[in-house]
Design a protein around this ligand. Structure first.
Ligand SMILES: *Cc1c(COP(=O)(O)O)cnc(C)c1O
Length: 359
């Protein structure tokens, strides 16, 4: 059996969803399961998150699979459709679609659909990624209201800075200034807004990362938020090297032993989704847990291997378990060391890594 394995905890997924529910008790929940449920497996995550009110994702093939596997819940397509053919498929599968530009409005106006479709009118309130600028949003709303292919309209926006200093105030103010019909339902909050800004909860919240047990915030840990990691990536030591002072480790010799030391070679590398940017310099390694003891990586991450300092873990040797992230080592900490975010680590889990589901 290959030593590397990702464990997915179904009870952690359920726990995190219940926490989202408790924090936004008056809102319905779109559980965001784009990108193969942030690397956790689409069908697995959808089953574990069955208590959600609906699922939100990007990929049309994933939405089709959900429907084919018998999912009858609302499904929101957060980038919308890209052609009249996709729009027809959305309608046939009963998907809810985001509409973020006039070309999509035009396709709605000119398509004869099997059944009218529910739309989320996306407003660009400051993220400047997708959505109608406030001046165009009113025209888009009027056209959607007049469109026979549209069964309902919900207003939507996405926050650029709910996780940090910027907060949500400026974007909320731009939305408020639009003075849209208060009877229109609204969906605004991602995980960060859900957790920090109750004023954004509205009718539907859209948590993603928190469901997987990671924190959207750099300054607040998942544990302190009450979240439990859903994915734990583990492997084993497959070789041990005894180094003399001055010996270098790995490609480029980024790390040099300052004194005699032992290192364990762990069967995990960037081919499995571990970030190559995770540092392993002298004095600046990336956290890793070996045999239950926290230590750091040394040297550059290779395709299928990385090295960890086990000098102070005398019991560690070939076969000792290594935790790359998850239970006992938050993915957020590994991500921070690698100057990225936990989202990227989770999504990058390679499809060839064996996955084991646990309660
Ligand atoms: C990905 C995404 C979310 C979820 O964001 P998290 O930060 O993971 O909670 C919500 N809304 C939209 C539009 C998204 O694209």
């Amino acid at each position: 059996m290959r030593p590397i394995v990702a464990t997915i905890s179904l009870s952690a997924l359920r726990h995190n969803l219940a926490l989202a529910r408790a924090r936004a008790p008056r809102s319905r929940i779109w559980a965001v399961i784009k990108a193969n449920a942030y690397g956790h497996g689409l069908a697995r995550a959808a089953a574990a998150l069955d208590a959600a009110d609906g699922f939100a994702l990007v990929e049309i093939d994933a939405a089709a699979r959900l429907r084919e596997e018998g999912c009858t819940k609302p499904v929101l397509m957060i980038e919308g459709f890209f052609s009249p053919g996709e729009l027809a498929e959305f309608s046939a599968r009963g998907l809810v679609t985001v509409v973020h530009d006039m070309e999509q409005v035009r396709m709605l106006e000119t398509s004869a659909l099997a059944a009218p479709i529910a739309v989320y009118l996306k407003i660009n309130s400051g993220m400047n990624r997708l959505g109608f600028h406030p001046p165009e949003a009113r025209a888009a709303l009027e056209r959607l209201r007049a469109c026979a292919g549209v069964s309902s309209i919900t207003l939507m926006t996405h926050f650029a800075g709910a996780d940090g200093e910027a907060g949500v105030a400026a974007q909320l103010e731009r939305l408020r200034a639009l003075d849209f019909d208060p009877a229109l339902p609204r969906s605004l909050a991602n995980s960060a807004a859900l957790l920090r800004y109750p004023e954004t909860h509205a009718d539907w919240v859209r948590p993603g990362i928190m469901l997987y047990g990671c924190s959207p915030f750099a300054d607040e840990s998942a544990g302190s938020l009450g979240l439990k990691p859903a994915m734990t990536l583990r492997s084993r030591i497959i070789a041990v090297q005894a180094l003399q002072a001055g010996d270098a480790v790995g490609y480029g010799g980024l790390f040099t032993a300052p004194a005699p030391m032992r290192i364990g070679i762990v069967a995990c590398g960037y081919a499995h989704g571990y970030p190559r940017s995770a540092p392993g310099f002298n004095g600046r390694g990336t956290p890793i847990v070996i045999g239950g003891v926290r230590t750091v990586t040394v040297g550059r991450v290779s395709m299928d291997m990385l090295a960890a300092d086990i000098t102070r873990i005398p019991g560690a040797g070939v076969g000792t378990e290594a935790t790359l992230w998850g239970e006992g080592l938050p993915a957020d900490e590994v991500a921070a060391a690698a100057e990225t975010i936990s989202y990227e680590l989770l999504c990058a889990l390679a499809s060839h890594v064996r996955v084991v589901e646990v309660e």
